[in-house]
Design a protein around this ligand. Structure first.
Ligand code: NAP
Length: 324
């Protein structure tokens, strides 16, 4: 238990102002999970404080087309996020543009601390998502959505009967390559080492596919700059032989970075740094819930994020009913 600025646990200089109003439910993160949580919490009659450091909408705004969300045949990610934002705004929730740097568990209240202020709430939903690890190559950002993707489940269908590559050697890369091998004419799996982190049975299944070629000891060192992506430059083997690989699409699957650093001392994280919480979204801290991509889970998709938002808000309401 600690309080703004004066408690040594906070390790943040004092002087910030803590707002007088105490909200029923605080939500950190304004992506689909956080916005859905706000929707459910408001419809349950709770007051909601929604903190989002960037533009609300989250990762889905980078998707050129949402085609795997039930009931939505095709919609661009920005339009989808705008609809959800409007739906939440109509219920009186206006996201506050603030970066939550730390949360102090005061028992009955959770205190959200930002650089210049504090906000108390009775229950808290963490919905800070995760971001894809990038190769950090020139042009990577500009090509995203133009031949370059981080999610085969989301974007694979755009590359039907085309020639694609998957970069990575973990289970994500292997499952994405398998998924794509059912859709695409040719799939290259490009891994920087000769040993795979992913499971052997997945690798064996890939090796049995006639349209899959596995390139090991191989690094992507450049992306063709013009949009859409038309190929990559590779360096392979000890002598780092350079070659060009023509492609219609590249899927980068080299892991994710969860947005959980600020909550490391508040809730228990799993080995990958995700918030340890089951399908009920309850965390190790009473009154704190995790929703969406920042939570431990096997499938990170729009549909699972919004599902979590609903579950977390309902669980937070039940928690409030129990303690009031
Ligand atoms: P991961 O296991 O951390 O693997 C990341 C892969 O990307 C590694 O092979 C790594 O290479 C490579 N990599 C990292 N940085 C790179 C860079 N800058 N350039 C090139 N390659 C780079 O991540 P993940 O595959 O996303 O899996 C995350 C967790 O989810 C794992 O626990 C995984 O088992 C689980 N998962 C399970 C399933 C399933 O079906 N069971 C599916 C997906 C994910 P090195 O090996 O050389 O480090």
């Amino acid at each position: 238990m600690c309080c703004a600025g004066i408690c040594p646990l906070c390790k943040i200089p004092g002087g910030r102002k803590v707002a007088d109003r105490i909200y029923d439910i605080g939500i950190v993160g304004g992506g689909p999970a956080g916005l859905t949580a706000a929707l459910y919490a408001r419809r349950a009659g709770r007051s909601v404080f929604l903190a989002e450091e960037a533009l609300p909408g989250g990762q889905i705004t980078a998707s050129p087309a949402v085609e795997n969300y039930p009931g939505v045949r095709s919609m661009d990610g920005i339009a989808y996020a705008a609809c959800l934002r409007e739906q939440v705004r109509a219920l009186g929730v206006e996201p506050t543009a603030v970066r939550v740097e730390r949360v102090c568990d005061e028992g009955k209240h959770k205190l959200l601390l930002s650089a210049d202020g504090g906000q108390r709430c009775r229950a808290l939903i963490l919905a800070t998502g995760s971001r894809y690890r990038r190769l950090s190559l020139p042009g990577e950002e500009e090509l995203t959505g133009h031949g370059l993707s981080y999610c085969a489940t989301c974007d694979g269908a755009f590359f039907r009967d085309r020639r694609v590559a998957v970069c990575g050697g973990g289970n994500s890369a292997l499952t994405e390559a398998l998924f794509l091998s059912d859709l695409c004419a040719e799939v290259f799996l490009i891994h920087r080492r000769d040993r795979f982190r992913g499971e052997t049975y997945l690798l064996e299944r890939l090796r049995a596919r006639a349209n899959v070629r596995i390139l090991t000891d191989c690094r992507i060192v450049a992306l063709d700059a013009a949009r859409p992506l038309s190929g990559v430059t590779l360096e392979q083997g000890e002598d780092r032989t350079r070659s060009h690989l023509a492609l219609d699409g590249l899927f980068i699957a080299i892991g994710r970075i969860p947005g959980t650093e600020a909550f490391r001392t508040l809730v228990q994280l799993d080995d990958g740094g995700y918030i340890a919480a089951g399908e009920d979204c309850r965390t190790s801290c009473a009154g704190v819930f995790a929703a969406g991509d920042c939570r431990s889970k096997p499938l990170r998709q729009l549909v699972t994020a919004t599902g979590d938002g609903a579950v977390a808000a309902t669980a937070a309401c039940a928690y409030l009913d129990g303690v009031r």
